[in-house]
Design a protein around this ligand. Structure first.
Ligand SMILES: [Zn+2]
Length: 120
């Protein structure tokens, strides 16, 4: 179970874009599943990253690749560390910590401020 998933609305809580909100485009996790034990093996917690729409956008200067293909400047969204973002609860509109609830066979996430479910 992941605290932050693709498609979540998150808020930046650290760095020079504090307070900015955006949608998670991608979660980059530094773990793999060991085939023998079927367990997750952590590689490096410093490499758990998220790409958030509109956050940490850099200009990349692309060189021309052929004489008739001109170079260009493109915007790329650079990943930020997962600890620098918090999930935003859509009910109470606040950045919040996430709890887990086990109902029947499904595990759902809930907002620790107002107790409403985050996984709608
Ligand atoms: Zn809430």
């Amino acid at each position: 179970m992941q605290r932050i998933k693709k498609g979540d609305l998150v808020q930046i809580i650290s760095g020079n874009q504090v307070g900015v909100r955006g949608t998670v485009e991608e979660v980059i996790r530094a773990w793999y599943v060991d085939q023998q034990t079927k367990k997750r093996v952590k590689l490096d917690p410093n490499k758990d990253l998220v790409r958030v729409e509109g956050v940490n956008v850099r200009k990349k200067h692309k060189k021309r690749t052929a004489p008739n293909v001109p170079g260009e400047i493109v915007d790329i969204t650079t990943p930020v560390h997962i600890s620098n973002v918090m999930v935003v609860c859509r009910k109470c509109d606040e950045a919040t910590r996430v709890g887990y609830k086990q109902d029947a066979d499904k595990k759902t996430r809930f907002c620790k401020r107002c107790n409403s479910s985050i996984d709608a």
